[in-house]
Design a protein around this ligand. Structure first.
Ligand SMILES: C[S@@+](CC[C@H](N)C(=O)[O-])C[C@H]1O[C@@H](n2cnc3c(N)ncnc32)[C@H](O)[C@@H]1O
Length: 424
């Protein structure tokens, strides 16, 4: 079993009754007792046919073995278990038997809990060979529900997000978001209990994340260049590799009062972080999506940079007079080919396709390289982010008078940023 006993013990309520149903395979009973739980043992027949219907328990532990328990009365059994478990109580157990036997048990459990108004709010299962272990929390909407502590919520978060690489960290971030607090306060108050509303908000967030909805869309913000950006599903979530473009510009052209243009601005992360760090600069930006423009405007306002950021909605350069004389053009345009879109991580599918897909991957580079010279001052620079393996093809798209000034490689060794100079 990969879940630690320590975690199971932490999820147990600190008092109340723990009922063991079926042949008791659990070697940790003395530990449960030490935690202050009163224990009671029942066999299946007794529970199904004779047990008092009003039995109510904080922890229900069930041991189903194919040899001992047929699945004949499964629906009644599950109904009785639900009637017995107190809201917010713990349902745990082991199911031992053939894969078909285990499958049927869990399907019935799931379909029964779905029918109920407040389903099993949390559910965790792990299986090896013919044994499945599971943990669940009884529906907890009722006012009398057993509350969840911060420590327990974090453990549940980690269990539900078990398929994610950073499950612990993500669980913490979602709880910080839910409780509108920070890491320090989370860890200084580990025994603080969540209110009903907080618990259901946390659970909603976990469910979304479990379905691979991006963390930043749930929390509505993303850090970029040390700044906090508001993000919504209308914009691409700013990526760390895009910071390389901003860093390059700041390192190579420090302290200059320049006027830049950011094409395909999305959340506004590129121009706004440059403006924040370079107080003499000004920027214009454009995006074809009105919703993305609203996000960029909100970020400009939050960062107090509206007076130096001029935002336009439109197709690439269309909003700007021709000729214009910007010192720089920056852009992280859509660069995923239709073909490779299907192979992206599940999270990316929640981001706007408008921000990602670009025909064969090079459509935007062709257009930007064809048109930029109308908007750049002589000797001006064009800095663009690019996708893996696109460098050579992009350089081939560059018309006369354009030379590659620099290529910046990202932390994964991929050519990521290309800097062109326009010298007519
Ligand atoms: C890859 S995202 C980049 C967003 C942001 N600059 C960043 O680095 O996080 C590309 C952006 O281009 C915008 N876009 C797509 N087609 C466009 C067009 N024809 N003209 C202007 N913007 C466009 C999308 O709405 C999206 O916000």
């Amino acid at each position: 079993m990969s879940i630690s006993l320590h975690k199971i013990l932490s999820l147990l309520p600190s008092q109340g009754k723990m009922v063991f149903l079926g042949e008791c395979l659990d070697e940790n009973i003395s530990l449960y007792k030490q935690r202050g739980l009163q224990t009671q043992f029942l066999d299946f027949k007794e529970f199904l046919y004779f047990a008092d219907n009003s039995i109510s328990v904080e922890v229900f532990s069930i041991q189903m073995t194919e040899q001992e328990n047929s699945l004949e009365n499964l629906d009644i059994l599950i109904q009785k278990i639900f009637q017995s478990g107190l809201p917010g109580g713990l349902l745990m157990g082991k199911v031992q038997g053939s894969p078909e036997y285990c499958k049927e048990f869990f399907l019935s459990l799931e379909s029964y809990s779905k029918k109920r108004e407040g389903r099993l709010n949390y559910f965790y299962r792990e299986s090896e060979d013919n044994l499945s272990f599971f943990l669940a929390r009884f529906p907890s909407k009722s006012k009398k529900s057993i509350p969840l502590s911060i420590n327990q919520a974090l453990i549940w978060g980690e269990l539900i997000l078990e398929k994610l690489e950073d499950k612990r960290l993500e669980s913490e971030l979602l709880l910080e978001y839910t409780l509108k607090t920070d890491k320090t306060s989370l860890f200084c108050h580990r025994e603080r209990l969540l209110s009903k509303d907080e618990e259901s908000k946390f659970l909603d967030a976990l469910k979304k994340r479990e379905e691979r909805y991006p963390l930043s869309y749930i929390t509505e913000h993303r850090g970029f260049m040390g700044l906090d950006f508001f993000v919504s599903p209308s914009v691409l979530i700013p990526r760390p590799e895009t910071e390389l473009l901003v860093e390059y510009l700041m390192e190579n052209f420090p302290e200059k009062s320049f006027h830049g243009l950011d094409i395909c601005t999305g959340s506004g992360c590129i121009p706004l972080s440059i403006l924040h760090h370079m107080p003499l600069a000004t920027f214009s930006g454009s995006d074809i999506s009105p919703e993305a423009c609203e996000v960029a405007a909100k970020n400009a306002a939050q960062l107090g940079l509206q007076s130096r950021f001029h935002l336009f909605q439109g197709d690439l350069f269309a909003p700007f007079p021709k000729p214009s004389h910007f010192d720089f053009i920056t852009s992280n345009p859509p660069y995923i080919s239709q073909e490779s879109y299907s192979q992206l991580m599940p999270e990316v599918k929640f981001e706007p396709s408008l921000a990602l897909i670009a025909g064969d991957g090079l459509d935007f580079y062709r257009r930007i390289l064809d048109e930029s010279h109308h908007y750049l001052a002589p000797g001006g620079f064009l800095l663009m982010e690019m996708g893996q393996g696109q460098r050579v093809s992009i350089e081939k798209c560059a018309p006369q008078h354009w030379t590659t000034q620099d290529v910046i490689v990202d932390y994964g060794g991929i050519d990521r940023i290309i800097v062109f100079r326009y010298s007519p």
